[in-house]
Design a protein around this ligand. Structure first.
Ligand code: CP
Ligand code: NVA
Length: 298
């Protein structure tokens, strides 16, 4: 039994195992692949909105032979203040695995500790491990091994998505450049913890120069709505657009974890020109998360 709580704590070999086993789940979707969740019920506890993560996990659990139990955190006693460790001890006696989307990373960690069932982080304020494993799978599907390649993240460099990229970079050996206003760059303590070849800058063009992948995420993450006006003001120029793409490698990929806000972190023309990649990336959430669940119950 294993947990996926963060990419910081996921070993390189487990990362590679998940990425490799995804191929069989993707290829076998219609012809038949292993069903490691037969007879199992998995709880999905969500405190934040979701389209991709919710649907891909519900469908994925079903296609692995299990049953998904979606629990909006506000509909269970958790939303009225029941401690996460009590919720975990109850669910741990009834269900076989849990997928959690919430605010505090510590809540996912406590849930795993107290429930003693496979627990998967489906996004916290600190990390989004399922997304970045999917992004890497999608990159490798289109361009081969990510090792030695250059990934440029443009936008809010301190939120969950770039932080998971940071921990992946050190483990899989690619260069990561983060272009963000100084106030939205990742803390230096986190960068030292991660190691690897990572550069932070306020200069978009130097980050994007020769990059194999330009990547962005929303400027205003869930939970940060009160800061929206100030974030939009500070991040105004941190946009992926045709001008920035010109300095990247000729065949550079553009990815977005979605949802996308056109005219903010990416412009409409660039988004639509790269929609095939971006929606392949969204679809791959299903295949990668099947591999994650298969790994977690093994
Ligand atoms: N990218 C992502 O996690 O999307 P959702 O918020 O819709 O799940
Ligand atoms: N950083 C974004 C990711 C959304 C999938 C957020 O936390 O809202």
């Amino acid at each position: 039994m294993k947990n996926l709580l963060s990419l910081e704590t996921l070993s390189r070999s487990d990362m590679e195992y998940i990425l490799t086993s995804t191929v069989a789940f993707k290829q076998g979707r219609h012809s038949g692949h292993p069903k490691p969740l037969v007879g199992q019920t998995w709880a999905m506890i969500f405190s934040k909105s979701s389209t991709r993560t919710r649907v891909s996990f519900e469908v994925g659990i079903h296609e692995l032979g299990g049953k998904a139990l979606f629990l909006n955190a506000n509909d269970i006693q958790l939303g009225r203040g029941e401690p996460i460790k009590d919720t975990a001890r109850v669910l741990g006696r009834m269900v076989h695995g849990a997928v959690i989307r919430t605010y505090a990373q510590n809540d996912v960690e406590q849930f795993a500790e107290y429930s003693r069932i496979p627990t998967i982080n489906a996004l916290t304020d600190d990390e989004h491990p399922c997304q970045i494993l999917t992004d890497i799978f999608t990159f490798q599907e289109k361009r081969g091994p990510i090792q030695g390649k250059v990934v440029a993240f443009i936008g809010d460099g301190a939120c969950n998505v770039p932080v998971s990229w940071i921990f992946a970079a050190a483990k899989l050996g690619f260069e990561l450049r983060i272009a963000a206003p100084r106030a939205f760059q990742p803390p230096s303590a986190l960068l030292s913890r991660a190691g690897g070849n990572i550069h932070c800058t306020e200069d978009l063009e130097s980050a994007a120069a020769g990059a194999d992948l330009l990547y962005t995420d929303v400027w205003v993450s869930m939970g940060k709505e009160a800061e929206a006006a100030e974030r939009i003001r500070q991040m105004e120029k941190y946009q992926i657009n045709g001008e920035l793409l010109r300095v990247a490698k000729n065949n550079a990929l553009v990815m977005h974890c979605l949802p996308a806000y056109r005219g903010k972190e990416i412009d409409e023309t660039t988004f639509e020109a790269h929609a095939q990649t971006i929606f392949d990336q969204a679809e791959n959430r299903l295949h990668v998360q099947k591999a994650i669940m298969g790994w977690a119950v093994s």
